[in-house]
Design a protein around this ligand. Sequence first.
Ligand SMILES: Cc1cc2nc3c(=O)[nH]c(=O)nc-3n(C[C@H](O)[C@H](O)[C@H](O)COP(=O)(O)OP(=O)(O)OC[C@H]3O[C@@H](n4cnc5c(N)ncnc54)[C@H](O)[C@@H]3O)c2cc1C
Length: 332
Amino acid sequence: MTVKDNVQLQPYNSFHTKALAKLFCEPQSVEELSEIVRAFPDEKKLVLGSGFNSFFTKEFDGLVIKPAIRGMHLLWETDQFVEIEAGAAEDWDQFVAYCVEQGYAGIENLSLIPSSVGASPVQNIGAYGTEAKDVITKVKTVSLQTGDYHEFSNAECQFGYRDSIFKQTGDYVITSVVFRLEKSFQYKEKYIDLSRELEGIPTPTLTQVREAIIRIRNRKLPDHRILPNAGSFFKNPFLTEEEKDQLQQKLPDVPIYNAGEGQFKTSAAFLIDKAGYKGKRHGMVGTYTHHSLIIVNYGTENGQEIVDFMHKVQQEVQKQFDILLEPEVRIY
Ligand SMILES: Cc1cc2nc3c(=O)[nH]c(=O)nc-3n(C[C@H](O)[C@H](O)[C@H](O)COP(=O)(O)OP(=O)(O)OC[C@H]3O[C@@H](n4cnc5c(N)ncnc54)[C@H](O)[C@@H]3O)c2cc1C
């Protein structure tokens, strides 16, 4: 069991903000993780994956747990399906690449999402009409309260849009995830941008779909290694019918999507653009020129500067459109 003191978290978050963790560990197995949790019952705990959706504004006065549990193995297969278990510390895109190479379908639309496998159920990662919840059958965890092992079925994960029981409670460390994938593949149109990218290919293969997604994402999103960012900074807001009508009076061309049960969804990026924050920069922080939903760090090590910029965007959108944008990114 190795637990280090005063570890700098700057290399472990994609905004590269500086903060010290009082205690830091990288458990290699479920047993080591349980042992550490039980050895520090009174410490505040924070679980970190690859840090692509998190940044730090101040010292963390507790224990940071970054699971280092690896491995990908086939659990069973039939003519139609396979179940594969992958360790929390596996890189998400390498896992997708491996599945596509094997001809296993179901997660190709989630290519190039920067994530660890362990974080994929936390916010139920999604893109191009697919969400992790569509293929997850089991999530294996250790309780942060007791150090006990606990398995969650898909239904028990309480998945929602960018949501799950793991995000809601913060009570579990995910150690591995089990995915059920299909052994045959037939491209179904789910997302217009993707279909356009595949134009001219009558029956796209799994590899062609993955390559198309990678091309689209590389065109649209900043490379976090060059321009530190955490992807979409804000969630797309949900609106009631009344809120939708009020917004349409102010912005007749605002995109509105039906979200079911009398709810509507709009585009946070559109609102940020209209509020005058497209490609706007204050000091070392700004919105990405090609995509206003992404806040980029042009050179600060101070997470508070990112929070200050976030508040400016929120205040302007709220002042003009009476909508409070909620951050999707985890701020510690
Ligand atoms: C350029 C870019 C593009 C992106 N595009 C998308 C996209 O298309 N779709 C999408 O859904 N997201 C997207 N994101 C967000 C990001 O990819 C996801 O949030 C991803 O799951 C973060 O993974 P991580 O391992 O870096 O998590 P971290 O940032 O390390 O952690 C995120 C949250 O998960 C928790 N967590 C992490 N690991 C575990 C674990 N093992 N057990 C329990 N809790 C854990 C943490 O406590 C934290 O609350 C993007 C991010 C970037 C930088």
